[in-house]
Write a protein that binds this ligand. Structure first.
Ligand code: DGL
Length: 290
């Protein structure tokens, strides 16, 4: 069944990181409604086993599609690396977008021939990253920087603190020493520390946040499929597998929005199931200006 143009776009991440994608989508497509799921019961995904990441993200992605979302955006590089293919096979013809490290634009931009990529361990281990590098980075050197603990500091509400800065210095130094003049943010949590990164690397290094390109890609896919929402009906709902109050507080602090989130519980383990409330009442809220 073809989803309705007024149906929401499902967006999910292990936690708050996907909000860096959400805000670009909402800015570019103000008529669209969104349903955001943060799996904070299991954050961080980046240091988990592939099987676990796939189980959680497949459960969330499939529930969003079954619930009637007209498109989903896997707003997490780590989850995208393992779940895009199985979801596309299970839901053929549905609009399923993901995040992959922006190696292609970085290769086009670099003058030094060295590109740095910041991501989680699981993203670097995934096939998607290998394939992206193999396809686009044949003539440049790609320096991989595992940024263990960086997403956790964003989750902990400390993106601007001294601990973050110290951690960033350690991560940036090897890429700069190798001659990188272009750095890719390969995790959706990292745009929340992009100002600190830019300050530390200086004006001669370009830092790429892929989120605006994902929003543009989504926009063109919706257009092509005749699924752009009519104006004046937008509504945004936020679900978290963690504590709702904490999500609201952290989202307010991070991007200044009032989320009034709902807690959704996991049930069972193999495979894990997510209890999503029915979509229609969930989205019959007054339009919220963001
Ligand atoms: N935001 C996720 C990503 O883009 C990862 C954070 C985590 O480790 O959960 O990779």
């Amino acid at each position: 069944m073809t989803p309705a143009a007024s149906a929401p776009i499902g967006i999910f991440d292990s936690g708050l990181g996907g909000l860096s994608v959400w805000r670009q989508i909402v800015a570019l497509l103000p008529a669209e409604s969104t349903l955001y799921v943060a799996d904070r019961a299991h954050v961080p995904y980046g240091s988990r086993q592939e099987g676990e990441i796939r189980a959680y993200s497949e459960a969330i992605g499939s529930r969003l599609l079954e619930a009637g979302c007209k498109a989903i955006v896997v707003a997490c590089n780590t989850a995208s690396a393992v779940v895009l293919q199985p979801l596309r096979e299970r839901f053929p013809g549905q609009l399923i977008l993901g995040l992959e490290p922006a190696v292609k634009p970085a290769v086009a931009l670099t003058r030094s021939g060295v590109v740095g990529v910041m991501a989680t361990p699981a993203t670097f281990q995934g096939r998607l990253f290998r394939a992206t590098v193999g396809r686009h980075a044949t003539r440049v050197r790609v320096v991989e920087q595992v940024c263990l603990g960086l997403a956790d500091l964003v989750e902990a509400g400390d993106p601007d603190g001294q601990r973050t800065e110290a951690l960033l210095r350690g991560f940036l130094e090897p890429m700069l020493a190798a001659g990188a003049d272009t750095i890719v943010l390969g995790c959706t949590h990292y745009p929340f520390v992009i100002e600190a990164i830019r300050r530390l690397v200086g004006p001669d290094v370009t830092v790429i946040d892929p989120a605006p390109a994902v929003a543009r890609h989504l926009s063109s896919l919706l257009e092509r499929h005749g699924l752009r929402a009519p104006p004046g009906t937008s509504c945004h709902r936020f679900l978290t597998t963690g504590e709702a109050e904490r999500f609201d507080r952290d989202a307010r602090q991070l991007i200044g929005i009032e989320t009034a989130s709902l807690h959704v519980p996991w049930r069972g383990a193999t495979p894990p199931g997510l209890e999503l409330p029915p979509l229609t009442p969930l989205l019959q809220l007054p339009p919220q200006p963001f």
